[in-house]
Ligand binder design. Structure first.
Ligand code: C2E
Ligand code: MG
Ligand code: MG
Length: 704
């Protein structure tokens, strides 16, 4: 920028040029030319800012040079000050017409000349900085224009009266107005804003920004309707442009199209509150509705019921037909249950095969009992999926505010407990939460805690009940029966906790620990010279564990007990529950040399054909038949038949629960070889059993 000014003195008189050069010294780069013939070339070459030109020169006059300079590019042409001794107006006029801008009279007053040149240098510098400022302004403007054209927001600027000056392309699209059509129009005409919900017209924030000299945000729910009647949801703000004096010069409005974002958030809210498969409210929305209903029930002093519906045996639908069909079934049930939904009743899906219904006890809503029976009707209606026809049943648990619960959590918990209770009854059962159920829940809590702690500390207790040869009265085996010691040291019997262990899944660990313990104890007896076969009860549930076979193998391996001293007692339900898996595992276990006994025989549902298919060795006559056999003909006939059946199938027999001498004698006479019961011995600790063995000197007893 701070380039030195170039000054060229053109005069044929050398003395004049020297004098002028000296007079101008320090004002810039001074050049001189005494030959008018090369003057133009010099100008072209040096490109001076100022030329001091003598008008009266031989060969080529100053006028001719002026004329040639006038043809140069006006932006690069120098400012020419002519030096002349002419005092007439014509010469001056002519020089001015040819482009000169000033005169210096001869004889030259050097000081005045320097001051004049100085003034011209000042003007040149001003012009130069003006040009530079203009250039910078242009560049800034361009940058701004490109930025505004490129940004994704709409931008509109107006003058101080709100008349549109500029709209960027986004604003043109959202308003439907082109730059030329909108220019000069009032902002309200170009940008029509409404409340998206009430459709009321909004005051334009830009007008407020102009009036109140402050940034104004758009109201929530703002909608812009374009010239072509398209609606967009917009958000953002307007700000006034205030100059250095504090005067409002105009305003700028910046706004964004949030229609898509809003649509997406509506969609996301829907998705996060609804189940995808059934489109019913999910657990999150259920809790919300429950909260609202509870608040209303409290104010309205009415009751509120929560129904938890669980499809019976849905696992089998999934397992047998595949998850795909399972999903279709759930969608079908969801669709059917949705019929009960209305402004007062919420129907939700809360899990795999679990649904919930929230029913306020208000006049226009159907009673809970009526609803429950309608739900059963709906679920048990046969339906078709593809070629197949299906029919289902359900279990329903009900919690009622404020009868049994005051909070959402308690309602959910109580309805859940009630539903589990209902599951234990027949299919299509409904159970209301009650004090007794609460006590059962409390008991289960204690049982669960005690059992978990026993499992954690490997502190299960196993008692053994001897099995006797009914002819010789010698001990020929023992059944391991698990107990849990409570905090007071009292023994808890299995009927208290086995069911809980099965439902909670603790049965797997329990079964493994009992098996290990029994194998170790039997190994000890063997080592002490008492080869006693130990029978271990295996819950039906344990057969769902594909590791059962290897757990048995490991127990034998770890204890070192030969497999012929181990027997597993399974119930008929184990054989029926998961036929394929059970037969596979039982066959593998049997092949190891472990014998299999069918416990509680006669009480289950197994058909006789099952007995042939499973690798059974022993039938245990259930104690209910034994206890009634001498007083009830039917029981006697059953015992008789079982004994004959065992003979036909070549199975050994054990009679359970022998309490009287008469029973014992009768069973022995009927041909039952083995028995166990309080008559001979109650279950006892491992130590007591070892002492009993010792006392009864059973050394010659062989495993059966
Ligand atoms: P269970 O396998 O049929 O065992 C026989 C039950 O009858 C035992 O009850 C035993 O004490 C009882 N008992 C034996 N003799 C007589 C008698 O003369 N009269 C009467 N009234 N009862 C007699 P316990 O020990 O209470 O076991 C009950 C049930 O718990 C067992 O029936 C078995 O199904 C289950 N259980 C016991 N231990 C285990 C175990 O370790 N695992 C599994 N899964 N279940 C077990
Ligand atoms: Mg048993
Ligand atoms: Mg039994």
């Amino acid at each position: 920028m701070n380039q030195r000014t170039k000054i060229l003195v053109i005069d044929d008189e050398v003395i004049e040029t020297i004098a002028l050069t000296e007079a101008l010294s320090g004002l810039g780069e001074i050049y001189s030319c005494n030959n008018s013939c090369v003057a133009i070339q010099q100008v072209m070459h040096l490109q001076p800012d100022i030329v001091l030109l003598d008008l009266e020169m031989p060969m080529i006059s100053g006028f001719d040079i002026l004329a040639q300079l006038a043809e140069l590019d006006p932006f690069t042409a120098p400012r020419v000050l002519v030096i002349t001794s002419h005092s007439d107006h014509q010469a001056q006029e002519r020089a001015l017409q040819l482009g000169a801008i000033d005169f210096i009279s001869k004889p030259v007053h050097l000081n005045l000349c320097r001051m004049r040149v100085q003034n011209h240098i000042y003007i040149i510098n001003q012009q130069k900085s003006l040009a530079l400022t203009k250039e910078m302004l242009f560049a800034d403007r361009e940058q701004l224009r490109v930025t505004l054209d490129c940004i994704a927001d709409g931008v509109i600027s107006t003058d101080d009266k709100g008349h549109v000056i500029y709209l960027n392309p986004v604003a043109q699209r959202l308003t439907g107005w082109s730059q030329t059509a909108a220019q000069g129009r009032f902002i309200d005409e170009v940008m029509t804003l409404y409340d998206a919900i009430t459709k009321e017209r909004y005051a334009n924030p830009l007008i407020i920004a102009l009036k109140e000299k402050r940034t104004v945000a758009m109201a929530l729910n703002t909608q812009i309707t374009s010239k072509h009647d398209f609606d967009y949801r917009v958000q953002d703000s307007a700000a006034p442009i205030i100059d250095s004096q504090g005067c409002v010069k105009g305003a700028v409005m910046v706004f964004q199209d949030i229609s898509e974002t809003l649509e997406m958030s509506v969609q996301m809210t829907y998705l996060s509150h609804h189940d995808q498969l059934t489109a019913l409210p999910n657990r999150v929305l259920l809790y919300d509705r429950l909260a609202q209903n509870l608040a209303r029930a409290e104010v309205g002093k009415h009751k509120l019921s929560l129904l938890l519906i669980d499809i019976d045996n849905f696992k089998y639908v999934n397992d047998a037909l595949g998850h795909h069909i399972g999903d279709d079934v759930i969608a079908h049930i969801g669709h059917n249950l949705d019929r009960f939904a209305c402004s007062d009743i919420t129907v939700a899906r809360v899990g795999g095969d679990e649904f919930a219904i929230v029913v306020p006890h208000v006049q226009k809503v159907m009673s809970v009992d009526a609803l429950v029976s309608s739900v059963f009707d709906e679920i048990s209606k046969p339906f078709r999926l593809g070629k197949e026809q299906y029919s289902l049943s359900a279990s329903i648990g009900v919690s009622v505010y404020p009868d049994d619960a005051l909070t959402i959590e308690d309602m959910m918990r109580h309805a859940d407990s009630a539903m589990y209770k209902a599951k234990q009854h027949a299919f299509n059962s409904c159970c209301y939460f009650s004090d007794e159920l609460q006590q059962e829940v409390d008991r289960n809590l204690v049982v669960g805690k005690t059992l978990r702690s026993a499992l954690r500390n490997d502190a299960l207790v196993v008692h053994y009940q001897p099995k006797y040869n009914l002819q010789s009265n010698q001990i020929c085996g023992a059944e391991g029966l698990v107990r849990v010691q409570d905090a007071d040291g009292k023994m808890i019997a299995p009927f208290v906790f086995i069911e809980y262990a099965e439902e909670s899944g603790l049965i797997y660990r329990l079964g493994e620990q009992v098996l290990n313990r029994c194998c170790c104890d039997a190994k000890q007896w063997l080592e002490s010279g008492y080869p006693i076969k130990v029978a271990v009860n295996i819950s039906a549930k344990q057969f769902s564990d594909p590791m059962l076979t290897s757990i048995v193998a490991k127990a034998l391996e770890k204890s070192g007990l030969p497999s012929c001293y181990l027997e597993l007692e399974v119930t008929e339900s184990a054989l029926v529950d998961d036929y394929d898996a059970t037969i596979k595992q039982l066959t593998a276990i049997s092949k190891m040399g472990v014998s299999i006994a069918l416990d509680d025989f006669g009480t289950g549902y197994s058909s006789l054909s099952y007995l042939r298919l499973f690798p059974l060795d022993v039938l245990k006559i259930d104690q209910s038949f034994v206890s009634d056999m001498l007083t009830n003909n039917q029981a006697f006939d059953i015992v008789h038949t079982i004994i004959q059946l065992a003979g036909t199938l070549n199975l050994q027999l054990v009679a359970e629960g022998i309490e009287t001498q008469e029973q014992r004698v009768e069973l022995a006479q009927l041909g039952c070889a083995t028995g166990q019961g309080y008559l001979m011995s109650r279950p006892m600790s491992a130590d007591e059993f070892a002492k009993l063995l010792c006392a009864s000197e059973q050394k010659e007893c062989k495993p059966s």
